[in-house]
Design a protein around this ligand. Structure first.
Ligand code: 13P
Ligand code: SF4
Length: 332
């Protein structure tokens, strides 16, 4: 399969780009033209000229690529089943309903993590909101707070809470939405959608304690989709690119436990051994990212001219585009 994929890549040359998120398995990463986190990959898309773009990641990422791609470019996700558990907690009809309720009495600005559908991003545009990634969440939350009376952050409550504390909000100013109860947001600056990441919620204080017992000198670094207790007990927290840079700039001989998706941790471990010891805080895999494999990548490549690319209505596409452009402008 590998050699057939390489042959097809050679056949399509500059007409094809394969993008992969850092959470993809090694065999997919080695075939990608660009590997990055959500922000890095979103930034690359406008500079791509290939007719075909294959996104090795989950559905919302391929949608974001389709939103940012040129009209003559076709974006493919090797399997439609690779969805994101967190994004699925925020269906567009529910987001729309909650936003219309929240905006009855005050101006509540939505800030959606890119881990959300294009339809949700479009709804955010309707309410003059924007999107963010884990790499720019602080900057975008400060921006959103300056645009209205309060902010609805969705879908990840952990990223929302951890970011809010980082920029100086107090827990009293934050409320977690209870979807089946009447909403009371009096004196609240930030309302959090109750979504979670299936990978990062698995990291617990116990894992940190165990790591510290084994290597008291070790540093612990985690992704901000982890729980607030895990984030505050760790030595540092940040986006995928932050974690990669942290490990890169750590002194030789350091021992670092990383709390994020296991494929990335394994690659960091292999890349830095024996100079630095990069260990997994707990092996946690994204089962949806893992749905991309050599088989469906090959099938996609063999049928590029006949299978359906990701399609979005013009309205959803241009509204979702608006929110992403706002993010890129605020963070330029
Ligand atoms: P980033 O790529 O923004 O760090 O997000 C992590 C993630 O969970 C992607 O699904
Ligand atoms: Fe969604 Fe978490 Fe998987 Fe990312 S790692 S795709 S946020 S479930």
């Amino acid at each position: 399969m590998l050699s057939k994929i390489v042959q097809l890549k050679e056949k399509y040359k500059e007409h094809l780009t394969i993008l992969a998120h850092h959470y993809q398995a090694k065999e997919i990463v080695q075939l990608a033209d660009f590997v990055g986190d959500s922000l890095e990959l979103a930034r690359i898309i406008p500079s791509l000229h290939s007719k075909y773009i294959i996104f090795a990641g989950v559905h919302f990422m391929a949608e974001t690529t389709a939103v940012l791609a040129r009209p003559n470019q076709h974006v493919f996700l090797p399997t439609p089943h690779a969805s994101c558990v967190m994004a699925n907690t925020a269906p567009s009809h529910l987001v729309e309903k909650i936003l219309s309720e929240l905006n009855q009495y005050q101006r509540v600005i939505p800030l959606a993590y890119v881990n959300s559908s294009a339809k949700v991003k479009a709804i955010c545009a309707k309410y003059k909101g924007s999107v963010c990634t884990s790499a720019n969440a602080s900057q975008m939350l400060l921006w959103a707070l300056s645009q209205g009376d309060a902010v609805l952050f969705l879908p990840d409550k952990n990223l929302g809470f951890n970011t809010a504390i980082k920029i100086g909000l107090t827990p009293k100013e934050i409320s977690i939405l209870k979807l089946n109860q009447k909403i009371n947001i009096k004196n609240k600056k930030l309302i959090l959608w109750p979504g979670l990441c299936a990978v990062h919620f698995k990291f617990k204080i116990d894992h940190i304690q165990k790591a510290k017992r084994k290597h008291p000198q070790a540093k612990i670094i985690v992704h901000p989709e982890c729980s607030p207790e895990v984030v505050t007990t760790s030595d540092a927290s940040g986006s995928t690119s932050f974690i990669i840079n942290y490990v890169k700039s750590a002194p030789a001989k350091d021992i670092i436990y990383v709390g994020t998706e296991e494929n990335l941790v394994k690659r960091l471990h292999d890349h830095y051994k024996p100079k630095k010891t990069i260990l997994s805080l707990f092996p946690s895999y994204c089962s949806n990212m893992a749905k991309i494999n050599l088989e469906n990548l090959l099938t996609t490549l063999q049928n590029l001219e006949t299978i359906s690319p990701i399609t979005l209505s013009n309205e959803i596409c241009s509204m979702a585009q608006q929110t992403i452009q706002t993010m890129l402008k605020v963070c330029s």
